[in-house]
Design a protein. Structure first.
Length: 97
């Protein structure tokens, strides 16, 4: 099995501190998924899995259509399950300091 580069693992975007509009954050995340380094991590044509929260912008017909065209599986975390979102583990130390 091929090792996945860090750029391929960290393709998410999160801007809760600035309350930036979700559309802009989603566009940046999609832009990073288009990068060649991420595609190069899966030369066998296997899908790329995107772990997303239940933000409504993540479930639009446009998002789903883009994912289908680009061989990306959108994996939505369950509602009220912040522990299932990998980025949430990074916020605990920030809250306590």
């Amino acid at each position: 099995m091929q090792k996945v580069p860090a750029a391929a693992r960290a393709a998410g975007a999160h801007r809760s501190s600035t309350r930036q509009k979700s559309r802009i954050v989603v566009e940046r995340c999609v832009g990073r998924l288009k990068q060649e380094s991420i595609r190069a991590a899966r030369p066998d044509g296997a899908p790329i899995y995107g772990i997303l929260d239940n933000l409504s912008a993540n479930k639009t017909p446009q998002s789903r259509a883009w994912a289908a065209r680009n061989n990306v599986e959108l994996c939505l975390t369950p509602t009220y399950a912040s522990w299932a979102n990998p980025i949430e583990a990074q916020f605990g130390p920030l809250r306590t300091s």
